[in-house]
Design a protein around this ligand. Structure first.
Ligand code: NDP
Ligand code: PYC
Length: 342
């Protein structure tokens, strides 16, 4: 293993992406979000995603030179950003200050990102909103890869849902998960490691349960919590697909024709001011939330993201540990650019 300082890995990933033909807007934002995944111990959305980015660029399915555009503002609660067929992250970063200002003014605001390619974890965006003292909900579809509860084939996406609540000190309360039993990236990592899937993660193309990653990837993943995860995944298709005038997961798969490239769709970010919602009611929302968190940890339970924050602290202190194979792959991608992938 080699330990690389977070900033050095970020610079290295940005250089790979620029070498593959991306502009600074796209490469810098992507390097930050990919390295955030690796830094926080979320391998399913860390540096292994760079190959997918290169494949998607090489296939001409994303514009590596895109400059996202803020759409005309009508002063209402919805901030709109068009990613111009680039990646979602630069579009989010462009819209964030406007979303924060509007949520402060109105108590509640939403950012709609349209026409973006999206492959990343959502918590960096949730944390970017909670940093401003606002609560956040972020969601997006992906591509058809999850069977609805009781169904037999891929229809919904792995549709992540993330939530954050700002805290007066320390890290915010954040959860961020796929609405499938696990992120698809986890299955891909198990496939590469030659390991079986846990029971209950997937069905094969024949609709029968499987623990074979290849069969699970060819068939369908299962929603978490049966009909409950299925309904939440469907809600995300409705709110972050249909409601924002963008593609649903089955439509993404139909257009893209493969799950080996990063999907193209939209994203919904909702920012809320706890003080504005609680105005006129007894009790300070922040203090009351702290009591709730204390009661959870007081039972010996951990808060979501505690593992991730600990991984972040370790990465910041010691650097990010990469295997020889990972370092060799970074070298190869730096050397060969788009030719590093099929
Ligand atoms: P996990 O199941 O690994 O984690 C889900 C959440 O639960 C995390 O916040 C995690 O915190 C928390 N958690 C886990 N175990 C416990 C516990 N014992 N007690 C309390 N909290 C716990 O996430 P997924 O595999 O479902 O998703 C991983 C990532 O993949 C997400 O960041 C998601 O955004 C991303 N993703 C992105 C997609 C896209 O289309 N862009 C699609 C699907 C997923 P902690 O991290 O600290 O363990
Ligand atoms: O891990 O499920 C996943 C995923 C799909 C798109 C980006 N990540």
């Amino acid at each position: 293993m080699t330990a690389i300082p977070v900033e050095d890995l970020t610079a290295r990933v940005a250089a790979i992406l620029r070498g593959a033909g991306m502009n600074d807007t796209q490469s810098d934002a992507l390097a930050r979000i990919i390295v955030a995944g690796e830094r926080d111990g979320c391998k399913s959305h860390g540096i292994y995603r760079i190959e997918g980015v290169l494949r998607t660029l090489r296939a001409g399915q994303v514009n590596g030179l895109a400059e996202p555009r803020l759409l005309p503002d009508d002063g209402k609660a919805i901030i709109r950003v068009n990613a111009a067929r680039g990646f979602s992250t630069p579009a989010f970063e462009l819209g964030l200050p406007h979303l924060v200002a509007r949520a402060r003014d109105l108590g509640l605001a939403a950012m709609v990102v349209n026409d973006c390619t999206h492959f990343s974890a959502l918590w960096p965006e949730v944390e970017a909103v909670t940093d401003h003292g606002l609560a956040a909900l972020v969601m997006c579809p992906s591509y058809a890869s999850v069977a609805p509860a009781g169904g037999t084939s891929a229809l919904l996406g792995t549709n992540p849902l993330a939530f954050g609540w700002p805290r007066p000190s320390g890290h915010p309360y954040v959860f961020d998960f796929a609405t499938s039993v696990a992120a698809r990236g986890e299955i891909e990592l198990l496939r590469r490691a030659g390991k079986p899937l846990p029971e209950g993660w997937a069905i094969g193309p024949d609709g029968a349960p499987t623990t074979d990653p290849e069969a699970g990837l060819a068939g369908a993943m299962l929603p978490f919590g049966g009909h409950k995860g299925s309904a939440i995944g469907t809600m995300i298709e409705l709110l972050a697909g249909i409601m924002i005038g963008d593609l649903t997961s089955p439509e993404v798969l139909k257009e893209l024709g493969t799950t080996t490239l990063a999907p193209f769709h939209g994203e919904l970010v909702i920012a809320m001011s706890p003080e504005a919602f609680a105005a006129g009611r007894p009790g300070d929302p922040s203090a009351r939330a702290e009591l709730l968190f204390g009661a959870i940890t007081g039972q010996g339970a951990r808060l979501p993201s505690a593992r991730r924050f600990a991984a972040r602290a370790a990465s910041e202190a010691e650097g990010i540990h990469l295997t020889e194979a990972e370092t060799a792959l970074l070298d190869k991608m730096a050397r060969l650019g788009l030719d590093a992938v099929d």
